[in-house]
Write a protein that binds this ligand. Structure first.
Ligand code: DON
Length: 532
């Protein structure tokens, strides 16, 4: 079963499985295919995380998060007066982190793969070279970003039919430059991206436009194998991404707090349930801001304590069931977090499970297509704390663990998660959505375990978000009744309507039969769960 944000990529994964490849092989082929057919977030110019649970019980994670260029520094987004230059961390060549995806896939293949780069990159090469029909949503989206494409000639070449003509639904969209880059990766794996022509062209593009990434940065990039965060929730095991993602740590902290409440008895999306949820979120997100960053630069992060049952019990005692706790006061503005990332879940016939969440940060990242290379560059530098020392109620965080340093990975919220039962993978979950990702994944876990929903119901159910600051509970439309909304307000919650929250791609493996049930989020458009 392969569940992704694009039906063609899901099919690529299934084809690998059918041909005898394992879940890691399929994850690489699918990831490369998404870089072609789902350019908003699928990528080779960004980064992300893969969590693996093999049928023999092996559990591990691959970190291919982008890194700050060697010439970057803590105040690079401030002007000479120390003022933040609005959006500089998200716009233009300075916003680009050193990409990690190809290195991550290469490392995962070396460890667990049974197929070659030649085989696994072929479907992506073909999709880029021969093209594929654009859906209405992709054609509309390309048009919607036209003013961005026009800023960069290589971007206009990729995403606009001509200067004045837009792609239409049903048009066959080809990416010849991307096909060439993917062929180099197909031939040489990691080196096809981080050395030779790809590296040379990327460094030259950077140099010509004031970017920081050099050939040295690319050659020095390393993916890392890490031990995922492991927790338990009502007898299930929770396995999720460790720092430099905050996802697994915050997820386990929240679930540990919530384990002490009879959530099932409260009723799904009742006022009592949403209150308990928001109070757990508030606490875990405060810890996220205070403590978390790249583990290679923050040796003293208290991850073990944050994910312990004892700590959760201490926090639980501070929760009142009738009133909100104090967060620092909030102002009116806060950044919306859209679904600018993508997650996919794969289980093979043997029962090996792989979850991947990877991203360019914004939808289409920096919107810059690397000149001559055909792929979009991320704007992940925006995930660093960009104003040292400024943590405020707008959602800005300026704490030290996530300040920019050369070679450092920016803190993420991506939460590729596997829930295991009796030592075997049972549920695979993940989502886009910036900081909302962690809360989205948590609610799908609760839907499955506390409310005994099937995977499609668990993925579809309405969700909320609270991130400590600003002190606001955001709800999707019709998450709960008007009456319950009033009750929440009487407890002191400030409610805000949210658009869609997340696009979950999930699988549940039925323990009695081994049947794999896949569910793609109805909030997504071209997504599909494909099995065989
Ligand atoms: O790593 C992260 O958590 C983010 N860069 C993911 C981006 C996202 O999902 C939505 N961005 N606003």
């Amino acid at each position: 079963m392969v569940v992704t944000s694009h039906y063609l990529a899901s099919q690529v994964g299934v084809d690998v499985l059918k041909a005898g490849g394992n879940a890691v092989d399929a994850a690489v082929a699918t990831g490369l295919a998404l870089a072609v057919v789902h350019p908003g977030a699928g990528n080779i110019g960004g980064g992300g995380f893969m969590v693996v649970h093999l049928k023999d019980g092996t559990v591990t994670a691959f970190d291919f998060r982008e890194r700050a260029p060697l010439r970057s520094h803590e105040t690079m987004f401030l002007d000479s007066l120390g003022q933040y230059v609005e959006d500089l961390n998200h716009e233009g060549y300075l916003s680009v982190g050193v990409p990690g995806t190809v290195a991550g896939f290469d490392m995962a293949l070396k460890k667990f793969g049974s197929r070659s780069w030649k085989t696994l990159a072929e479907p992506a090469v073909r999709l880029a070279d021969k093209g594929f029909p654009l859906s209405w949503s992709m054609a509309e989206s390309f048009k919607g970003y036209a003013s961005d494409w026009r800023k960069f000639p290589a971007s206009a070449k990729s995403f606009l039919r001509s200067d004045t003509v837009y792609y239409q639904p049903g048009d066959i969209w080809k990416q010849p430059d991307l096909a060439k880059t993917l062929r180099r990766v197909q031939r040489s794996g990691r080196d096809g991206f981080y050395k030779g022509e790809t590296a040379r062209l990327l460094a030259a593009d950077m140099k010509a436009h004031g970017g920081l990434i050099t050939e040295e940065d690319l050659a020095a990039y390393e993916a890392k194998e890490r031990s995922p965060i492991r927790g338990t929730y009502r007898g299930y095991e929770v396995i999720s991404m460790c720092p430099p993602s905050s996802g697994g740590t915050v997820l386990v902290e929240m679930l540990n707090i919530l384990e002490g409440f009879e959530l099932g008895a409260y009723g799904h999306n009742s006022a009592a349930y949403l209150h308990a949820l928001a109070e757990a979120m508030r606490r875990a997100f405060a810890d996220r801001a205070r403590y978390l960053g790249d583990p290679d630069f923050n040796a003293d992060m208290p991850v073990a304590r944050l994910t312990s049952k004892e700590y959760a019990a201490d926090l639980r005692r501070t929760i009142s069931l009738n009133t909100v706790s104090k967060s620092p006061p909030s102002t009116l503005q806060f950044p919306e977090e859209d679904d600018h990332t993508t997650h996919y879940s794969i289980v093979d016939g043997e029962g090996n499970a792989v979850v991947v969440t990877y991203t360019l940060e914004y939808w289409y990242g920096s919107r810059i297509v690397a000149d001559g290379l055909g792929f979009l560059l991320n704007n992940e530098m925006g995930d660093f704390n960009h104003i040292p020392g400024r943590t405020d109620s707008t959602g800005d965080i300026g704490t030290r663990p996530n300040l920019i340093q050369p070679g450092k990975r920016m803190l993420s919220s991506m939460t590729p998660t596997i829930i295991a039962k009796n030592g075997k993978p049972w549920a695979l979950i993940g989502s886009p959505g910036g900081r909302t990702i962690i809360n989205t994944v948590a609610q799908v876990v609760l839907n499955l375990i506390d409310f005994r929903m099937n995977v499609a119901e668990a993925v579809s159910a309405k969700r909320i978000h609270h991130q400590w600051q600003p002190d606001v509970m955001r709800l999707e439309v019709n998450t709960t009744s008007r009456d319950s909304e009033r009750l929440l307000e009487m407890m002191g919650h400030r409610l805000r309507r949210n658009g869609y929250q997340g696009r979950v791609m999930a699988i549940v493996i039925e323990d009695s039969t081994g049947v794999r049930w896949g569910a793609s989020d109805p909030r997504d458009v071209d997504a599909a769960a494909v099995g065989y």
